[in-house]
Design a protein around this ligand. Structure first.
Ligand code: PMP
Length: 301
């Protein structure tokens, strides 16, 4: 196996050298942010959109990223080049950096910026052919006035608790509601229902991450003239939907065929889900930052 090079604060280091301090507040307190990004055949899908979300998360938690957005874009591309990857899963992490054992973020003087790129472990084809079983969990989404779910922070306990509950119930993914009982999203993906030809997803103000895949599906619907709405819905609406699917960077579009033991539609991935999956895949290699065309300021590093 060839060496994996990891971007760490301006340098490329080996996997073994890629370590951070135990005093990093990312480790001690989940104080940091991240992005999961994907490259397809030399195209980093919607890299700019991911970086806007990253920098907005940083602004919200008052975390200074010591790179401009353009420098970060170059760093991502350079990490792929270094690892000779045209298709990959990319994990970008910015943590508050090392401080002392107290909470005070002002004592963390330098953020740690890490970019890991590796070959994507593809989800089993069966997942897309058969669809997923999901369950609603008791763990609710953090309300926006606690830890706003729009911030893609390193604090994923809320999602992890939801995932544990789903696994204990024999399901592969959790459906998470907000504190009012409206459907929000999955533990690491957004949710859509299809009813009478209309594609519906919850508005992010209910408490969901503004997923890049989610937004792309909305754009595709608008482009193709498929009715698409962002509006609140409940578990009941999910149970009686014609189709349900989840969206996320790693898994793209995943059909859901059962929710809380209610069979969705015919119990097989639906036509709209398949159509949107195909349209989404067409865009992945043409929308984003192209590895070979981008001029890197890190060349020779
Ligand atoms: N919601 C949550 C909680 C997530 O972690 C993710 C994955 N990043 C998503 C939704 C999907 O977002 P995206 O399409 O940008 O990957």
């Amino acid at each position: 196996m060839t060496e994996q090079w990891i971007y760490m604060n301006g340098d490329f280091v080996t996997r073994e050298q890629a370590t951070v301090s135990v005093f990093d507040h990312g480790y001690l307190y989940g104080d940091g942010i991240f992005e999961g990004i994907r490259a397809y055949d030399g195209c980093v899908f919607k890299l700019k959109e991911h970086l806007v979300r990253l920098y907005e998360s940083a602004k919200s938690i008052m975390l200074h990223i010591p790179l401009s957005i353009e420098e970060m874009e170059n760093a991502v591309v350079e990490t792929l080049k270094r690892n000779h990857l045209q298709s990959a899963y990319i994990r970008l992490v910015v943590s508050r950096g090392a401080g002392d054992l107290g909470l005070d973020p002002n004592l963390c003087h330098e953020a740690n910026v890490i970019i890991i790129a590796e070959r994507l472990k593809l989800f089993p084809a069966e997942l897309y052919e058969k669809g997923l079983k999901v369950v609603t969990v008791a763990t609710r989404r953090n309300p926006a006035d606690t830890l706003n779910p729009k911030i893609k922070s390193l604090n994923y306990l809320n999602s992890i608790l939801a995932r544990l509950e789903a696994e204990q119930a024999g399901a592969s993914e959790a459906l998470i509601l907000n504190h009012e009982g409206y459907v929000c999203e999955g533990s690491g993906d957004n949710v859509f229902i299809v009813k009478n030809g209309t594609v519906i997803t919850p508005p992010t103000y209910l408490g969901a991450l503004e997923g890049i895949t989610r937004n792309t599906i909305i754009e595709i619907c608008h482009h193709l003239g498929i009715p698409c709405e962002e509006k609140p819905f409940t578990r009941h609406d999910v149970y009686v939907a014609d189709e349900v699917f989840l969206t996320g960077t790693a898994a793209e579009v995943i059909p859901v065929i059962e929710v809380d033991r209610r069979v969705i539609g015919q119990g097989v991935p639906g036509g709209m889900t398949k159509r949107l999956t195909e349209e989404f895949r067409k865009l992945t290699t043409v929308t984003g930052t192209f590895i070979d065309e981008s001029v890197s300021s890190l060349a020779g590093n």
